[in-house]
Design a protein around this ligand. Structure first.
Ligand SMILES: *Cc1c(COP(=O)(O)O)cnc(C)c1O
Length: 373
């Protein structure tokens, strides 16, 4: 018998998430070291030293179950954002929160709206519960077309709309005014998950206070993560802010201990270390200029990005990806985002960005010289 047939058809239809290639895997394949990974939007500075110290302390109590309610971490978030405990859900990464929203509210046949080229997990979380995803074509420049998404959500009586700001892998940004107009035009029974995984990377003049919108919009779910600017991707911790009834439902479907004790301790310390986040932000800003200047010099088109990564267009993207691997640089192909001619590179340290640019130049020359790949 075929055991796949035991799974519902909507599970069999899922195309698995394609993560960035781990450094250790490429090391094994090529037998080389000194590999630069700019494939998963990780923090090139690592984690805050304060978070690392908190983790070492937390390990002493590793035999004990974590606080299933995450009291201390929620308390830190209460202090930071001024929202009560009852409005906070903690997640095993913000990926968990996207799934909790789907599991709590969707049933097979429900409709979910998201943008073309939007973060892949929206479709995965939707499919895993048998709901139907509606991918709305992007606006010019690969951004979310909010008016079209609003229309699609209303016409299809969608239950959830996923909005990424900035979006990954395109790096596109939606202004506070556009988001507010979008929210105001939606009926309150349509939930909006506003995924702000890269919020900390927004330039000062683009920042907005989405948390204050929760008062006006009981249907708004804001998700944030410690994986990106806080440098804790390996720990898996994120949080969602939403109306207490929405929060209540999300909490009913989560695992009782979904965020481990080391992650909780690290997140508390990381939240406090604002100077680390600032340093990360500054490094990213310089690196973004370095990489986009380099892409321009090489004559490549890119999508202006508000995150810690940038997508660029390159002929023979798949072959280029492989050439870059052989030169010791891991970037991310995004053909699965309907962008087969594009690659996405994360912003690294200055030396990593330089290695990427020189490898890219070399790979382009190899291609021009007709060297096979
Ligand atoms: C990386 C990312 C996330 C989630 O990352 P976690 O590590 O699960 O917190 C969520 N949304 C977007 C758009 C991302 O790029």
């Amino acid at each position: 018998m075929n055991y796949c047939d035991l799974a519902p058809s909507y599970i069999r239809a899922i195309a698995p998430y394609q993560p960035g290639k781990p450094i250790s895997e490429l090391e094994r394949e090529l037998g080389i070291t000194g590999i630069v990974k700019l494939a998963s939007n990780e923090n090139p500075l690592g984690a805050s030293p304060a978070a690392v110290a908190a983790m070492q302390e937390a390990i002493k109590s590793i035999a004990l179950y974590p606080d299933g309610n995450g009291f201390e971490l929620k308390d830190s978030l209460v202090k930071r954002y001024g929202v009560p405990h009852a409005n906070i859900t903690l997640g095993n990464g913000s990926n968990d929160l996207l799934e909790l929203a789907a599991r709590a509210f969707l049933t097979p046949g429900d409709k979910v709206v998201y943008s073309a080229h939007a973060f892949a997990v929206y479709a995965l979380a939707t499919q895993a519960v048998g709901a139907t995803g509606i991918s709305v074509p992007a606006a010019a420049g690969f951004g979310h077309d909010l008016p079209a998404m609003q229309k699609a959500a209303k016409e299809n009586k969608a239950k959830i709309v996923f909005v990424a700001n900035p979006n990954n892998p395109t790096g596109t940004f939606l202004s506070a005014d556009d988001l507010l107009a979008f929210m105001r035009g939606l009926p309150p029974e349509i939930l909006v998950v506003l995924d702000e995984a890269y919020n900390e990377y927004l330039p000062e003049d683009k920042r907005y206070d989405s948390v204050s919108w929760l008062k006006e919009f009981p249907n708004l779910i804001i998700s944030r993560t410690f994986s990106k600017a806080y440098g804790l991707a390996g720990l898996r911790v994120g949080y969602a802010l939403a109306h207490e009834q929405v929060t209540d439902m999300m909490n009913r479907v989560r695992q009782p201990f979904n965020v481990n004790s080391v992650a909780q301790a690290a997140a508390v310390a990381a939240l406090r270390d604002t100077s680390f986040v600032k340093k990360t932000f500054e490094l990213n800003r310089r690196g973004m200029v370095q990489i986009t200047d380099g892409l321009t010099r090489l004559g490549l088109e890119y999508i202006p990005s508000f995150g810690n990564f940038v997508a660029f267009r390159i002929g023979g993207a798949t072959a280029m990806y492989r050439r870059l691997l052989e030169l010791g640089v891991i970037v991310r192909p995004i053909a699965n985002y309907d962008m087969p001619d594009w690659l996405r590179v994360s912003i690294g340290l200055e030396s990593e960005n330089a290695k990427f640019l020189s490898a890219l130049e070399k790979a382009i020359n190899q291609q021009l010289n007709g060297e096979n790949k």
